[in-house]
Write a new protein. Structure first.
Length: 646
């Protein structure tokens, strides 16, 4: 079978209570039916699946709430990964992840496990980030409150009984229309995360552009009122001319002072403290220079280490892609002695080392390595940022100490050159002129700083305008591509929805004539040919048809991010007749068998079609006559909440 990515499949579900296993069933690709009469725990199993895959559940039914842990062995993009979560009444439970099958995971208490919180922190990834990476799915923001989580995606993958039949996605308090729209577009494969980031950049860039324009306007107004020259060339010429006059005057003054033969008298009381401070600043500059150099070397080492990790991650992905495209290339000769290798006696055994070489195990190892490399890269980048900040701090300190040393050096030279003598009127005049020119140069330099600020703002505005133009062009292109992809995806969902509606029993006349299906995530609703009011059972049938259409459409369009998995606990809710339910089941199975793309359908029913009541499709026994899904024999405490019938 062909495998499209992302692909998520449940291989085994285990639930424990007080150290004892109360549910342990294996699942397979294709259709999985959990059957039995009402109130025998089918919905509990469906909710456990939703929970262990990342859904947020805190109000459990009686038997479920008495359990301790739920485990799930999953096949994620071909890699076997075991997930584990504690069953509690607290929201936002974390998740432990083990790269390998349940048999190995359950035998290991600590080694090989990594625990992630529900929400990310500045130092720790959430389990949604870890699962997104394992699925090869990009992260994306839902609204201002944060990123889309696995829980949000599962709201369109898991169909429960509690959510009203006219709601597109699973009910949730404090729901955001933007989050729902993002989830739908994301799973359809139409959501472009780069487009979202570019739209944020454009919005922030326009705000920055307005700020720059305001600063420029205010600065130009001040300069105009102060009648300050804003032409940098004219100002530079004025500064050069004034400096030239000052140089000539200094030469004339030096010549006159040299003609005097009076003795030079140094004020040692003033020179001593300056000498000590200058020596101290030079020592500080020496120490800071060495520290800065050492930290810069550490930064360069860290950058090379991060680059090496990123290269390994890229090589790992490239190797996996090459293996998928080309397959495993057999070795015919030993790479050491070049002797011919005898073929392996069994399938999936390495011809060189004779060890098991299961492709699924290979993908599991690759997924674990990818996760570890990603975590190392994140941690290393954090350390690199800290080191870079340390370099900036040292450089800033060094610049300050250098300036202070230069000031002290000039003061030292001035005092060392001080003489006490009777000056004539000519020298006094020159000194006065020198002071005037020095003040003029200082004033011009200050004006030059202001002009440089003005020029910098103008250059920033120019660069920003060019960047905003590039963003606008890119956004327009991405919006066009996204729109085309969205319409293609929705058309495919519509195709399968209409197919299921046309194959319904002749109970709802409008279903037989259905042509268009409308999705409205912002209001969490849907409609067929503009209508969304039917009988309760017909609304349930329509809702299920749309959800299954998402899954089947994902088997045809590779760009879908829907993980080729659906969990339905709502096949016959709201007065569905046995005939209608069984007809729907047969339609689902027929579509499933017609596809050559790996997928998984899990649904519960109390009205299983007799032709489907076989080991090929069913999971576990038929839960009737008091035989419940959870083997909980001990007495449990009163439930905190009454759930829907199973």
């Amino acid at each position: 079978m062909t495998q499209l990515e992302p692909s998520l499949r449940l291989a085994r579900l285990v639930v424990s209570r007080q150290g004892e296993v109360v549910y342990d069933r294996s699942f397979h690709a294709g259709v999985n039916i959990i059957r039995g009469t009402n109130s025998h725990g089918k919905s509990t199993v469906a909710e456990f699946i939703f929970f262990v895959l990342g859904g947020d559940v805190h109000k459990w039914k009686l038997e479920a709430g008495s359990c301790d842990f739920v485990w799930a062995e999953t096949v994620t993009n071909g890699a076997t990964i075991t997930l584990k979560r504690p069953v509690t009444a607290t929201r936002g439970q974390g998740m432990s992840v083990f790269f390998g099958p349940y048999a190995l995971a359950s035998a290991s208490a600590v080694e090989g496990w990594k625990t992630y919180p529900y929400k990310r922190t500045s130092d720790t990834e959430s389990f949604s980030q870890a699962l997104f990476r394992a699925l090869g799915m990009p992260e994306t923001r839902g609204d201002a409150t944060g990123n889309i989580t696995i829980h949000q995606l599962l709201r369109l993958i898991y169909i429960d009984q509690i959510t009203p039949p006219d709601a597109l996605m699973r009910f949730e308090e404090f729901d955001s229309p933007l989050t729902r729209r993002t989830v739908v577009d994301y799973l359809l494969g139409a959501y472009d995360n780069t487009l979202y980031q570019e739209q944020l950049d454009l919005r922030e860039g326009k705000r920055r552009q307005e700020d720059l324009k305001d600063q420029l306007k205010q600065l130009e107004t001040v300069l105009d009122r102060a009648e300050i020259e804003t032409d940098p060339r004219a100002l530079a010429e004025h500064i050069a001319k004034t400096n030239a006059e000052l140089d000539l005057l200094n030469k004339e003054l030096a010549a006159l002072q040299k003609a005097h033969t009076t003795a030079q008298v140094v004020n040692r009381n003033e020179l001593g403290p300056i000498t000590s401070k200058l020596a101290e600043k030079r020592r500080d500059a020496y120490v800071l220079t060495n520290e800065t150099r050492d930290v810069e070397l550490e930064v360069e080492d860290s950058r090379q280490f991060v680059a090496a990790l990123e290269s390994r991650l890229t090589s790992l992905d490239d190797a996996a892609t090459a293996r998928d495209v080309l397959g495993s290339l057999p070795l015919l000769f030993c790479p050491q002695c070049l002797s011919p290798l005898s073929p392996a006696a069994e399938k999936n055994v390495c011809s060189l080392c004779k060890q098991p070489s299961d492709p699924e195990i290979t993908k599991t190892h690759a997924a674990r390595m990818r996760q570890e490399l990603a975590i190392q890269i994140k941690e290393s980048k954090g350390l690199l940022a800290a080191k870079e900040a340390k370099v900036d701090q040292r450089q800033s300190q060094l610049a300050q100490v250098t300036i202070e040393a230069q000031v002290l050096q000039k003061e030292f030279e001035r005092l060392a050159a001080t003489v006490q003598t009777a000056r004539d009127s000519k020298i006094d005049q020159l000194l006065q002129a020198k002071g005037s020119l020095e003040r003029a140069v200082g004033d011009l330099m200050q004006k030059n700083k202001i002009i440089q600020v003005l020029l910098s703002l103008r250059e920033q505005e120019k660069v920003l305008a060019s960047r905003l133009q590039e963003l606008a062009i890119s956004i327009a292109r991405r919006l066009s591509d996204q729109k085309a992809r969205y319409f293609e995806a929705v058309s495919m969902v519509q195709k399968y929805t209409v197919h299921l509606l046309h194959h319904d029993l002749p109970l709802e006349e409008r279903f037989k004539l259905a042509q268009n299906v409308d999705l409205a995530p912002e209001t969490n609703t849907f409609a067929v040919d503009g209508r969304n009011q039917f009988s309760a059972s017909s609304m349930t049938y329509l809702k299920n048809s749309i959800h299954f259409a998402f899954m089947f459409a994902s088997l045809e369009l590779p760009f879908f991010r829907y993980p080729r998995l659906i969990i339905c606990d709502n096949i016959e809710d709201k007065g569905m007749t046995p005939e209608r339910s069984r007809n729907f089941q047969l339609n689902i199975v027929a579509l499933s068998k017609a596809s050559n793309v790996e997928h998984q359908i899990i649904f519960t029913t109390s009205m299983v079609d007799p032709s489907l009541d076989t080991p090929e499709f069913t999971i576990g026994p038929n839960y009737v006559d008091g035989l419940k899904t959870l083997g909980v024999k001990a007495t449990v405490t009163a439930p905190t909440q009454t759930g829907a019938n199973d």
